[in-house]
Design a protein around this ligand. Structure first.
Ligand code: BES
Ligand code: MN
Ligand code: ZN
Length: 479
């Protein structure tokens, strides 16, 4: 799949498909296209085949001798970002579903830069398939800019969208890979191969004995019962020429979450292979960062474990000591994500990070609160929280903040340790409170992606979220 940008005049375009987004009132450049196609757009509107309303669509076969298909997608003025993304995705899926080798997409003056980024990102996203039987025959998409949209700007946007799209697909692919293949060792190998391919990434893997020496007994307690050795994957992306404080991303990677001794019910347990999607999103971001060559320093930390029951499994009531020195009473072995994150969050200190963001499929409760649309966020910094909310809005990969008030934190009291690993109600918030005990030394935000990292049902699969959000955030931090 190749993306090119051009300023080809409509008269000279010869293509399998021409994509035009428009409302029913044609602007100057679309009028010009309409005229060139003998008024076919006007006619489709007049005859009621195309309404121009958001998310309406219509395909005209043989719109002209050179244009085998005209794909119209409705785009009303003043539509929301979320709607504008949806209709770009509709245009993209229209291209991908027919037998089309090359296509042209008209970029008129109404496009904002971020919308151009969404085109290549959507094409890549929609064209992904786990089994590799790629649905489409598209080999080239030409983004045709009309009027004032400079070619180089369109090219920059397209490249950025490609980087994000491929980063999302890497994240999805790792998420979809079954847990008998996608083990902590497999993720570590993947991280190493990313640094082999990109000189700006350095990968270090900490094994169990190194983690034990560092006192990461909380992390290790989760993988205790697994035949798969636990790993802490450390990736350093050095894209900045100056000595810049890095941003740390910490991604939960439980390659399979049975719940441990607090065993989960059988129904739907297969979906717990997605419990490493936080870590996968960090790998996706690392790859996208190097492709987009962002001028920034980022540390990716991925605690990777498998949560299993067995004779040497951690039991409810066990007390362990974390790397920070804080002792934890493990009342539920299924609340394991926080146990691996807390040690990784303590380890993050050594990089003197400007901000730390952790990403985790942490609680089923976040789905009750926000459904499958929105990532839950908790933060100890209003400044960082605001940046993330804004980046969520502008990337279409949205987050919503929940409070970290002390009433919730008090629910984590234990008679036998400094802290219990579960609280009472409001599970997403108490999980955030638990993590906040380990993040006192820097500005931190926690993203609970249990609702957004994958979808269930007939289209079951990882979504690649929140790679777009994280990339938007990191780009906003380039100075
Ligand atoms: N990985 C799960 C969270 C999860 C559950 C994500 C269902 C998506 C769907 C996490 O490790 C977990 O088991 N959390 C428990 C916490 C509870 C024991 C306090 C949960 O949400 O039930
Ligand atoms: Mn669990
Ligand atoms: Zn889990």
């Amino acid at each position: 799949m190749k993306f090119v940008t051009s300023q080809t005049e409509i008269e000279k375009i010869k293509t399998d498909a021409l994509v035009v987004l428009t409302s029913k009132t044609l602007n100057k450049s679309i009028k010009h296209i309409d005229k060139n196609l003998n008024g076919v757009i006007t006619k489709m509107i007049q005859d009621g085949d195309f309404s121009g309303k958001n998310i309406s669509t219509c395909v005209v076969r043989n719109a002209s001798k050179n244009i085998k298909r005209l794909i119209l997608v409705g785009k009303e003025d003043g539509s929301s970002i979320q709607d504008r993304i949806k209709l770009i995705e509709l245009g993209a899926s229209n291209i991908l579903k027919s037998y089309i080798a090359n296509a042209h997409w008209v970029i008129d003056d109404t496009y904002e830069a971020w919308e151009i980024e969404i085109i290549s990102r959507s094409i890549l996203k929609i064209n992904y398939s786990f089994k590799g039987n790629s649905k489409s025959s598209l080999s080239k998409l030409d983004l045709v800019c009309l009027n004032s949209h400079s070619l180089s700007n369109t090219e920059t946007c397209t490249k950025y969208g490609e980087a994000v799209g491929r980063g999302m697909n890497l994240c999805r692919h790792l998420g979809n890979t079954p847990a008998n293949i996608c083990t902590p060792t497999f993720l570590a190998e993947k991280a190493k191969s990313l640094s082999d391919e990109n000189t700006c990434i350095k990968t270090t893997i900490l094994g169990e004995s190194e983690m034990k020496d560092l006192g990461m007994l909380s992390l290790l307690s989760v993988g205790n019962a697994s035949a798969q050795p636990s790993k802490l994957i450390v990736m350093e992306y050095n894209g900045s020429k100056t000595m810049q404080q890095p941003i740390a991303l910490v991604g939960k990677a439980v390659t399979f979450d049975t719940g441990g001794i607090s065993l989960k019910p059988g129904r739907g347990m297969d979906e717990m292979k997605f419990d490493m999607c936080g870590g996968a999103s960090v790998l996706g971001v690392m790859s996208a960062l190097s492709e987009a060559a962002l001028d920034i320093n980022v540390v990716g930390l991925i605690p990777a474990v498998e949560n299993m029951p067995s004779g040497n499994a951690t039991k409810p009531g066990d007390v362990i000591k974390s790397m920070s020195g804080i002792t934890i009473e493990i009342l539920n072995t299924d609340a394991e994500g926080r146990l691996i994150l807390c040690d990784a969050l303590t380890y993050a200190n050594r990089f003197k990070p400007k901000y730390v963001v952790d990403i985790a499929t942490l609680t089923g409760a976040v789905i009750g609160a926000l459904g499958k649309f929105t990532t839950g966020m908790l933060s100890n910094s209003e400044e960082l929280a605001e940046i993330l909310v804004n980046c969520g809005n502008s990337s279409g990969d949205r987050v919503w903040q929940l409070p970290l008030w002390k009433e919730y934190d008090q629910q984590l009291k234990s008679n036998f340790a400094d802290l219990a690993n579960i609280g009472g109600e409001a599970g997403t918030i108490t999980a955030g409170c638990f993590l906040s005990r380990f993040t006192k030394d820097y500005k931190w935000a926690h993203l609970d992606i249990a609702g957004t990292a994958w979808i269930s049902g007939k289209n079951k699969g990882a979504t690649g979220r929140p790679v777009p959000l994280l990339m938007e955030f990191l780009r906003s931090q380039v100075n």
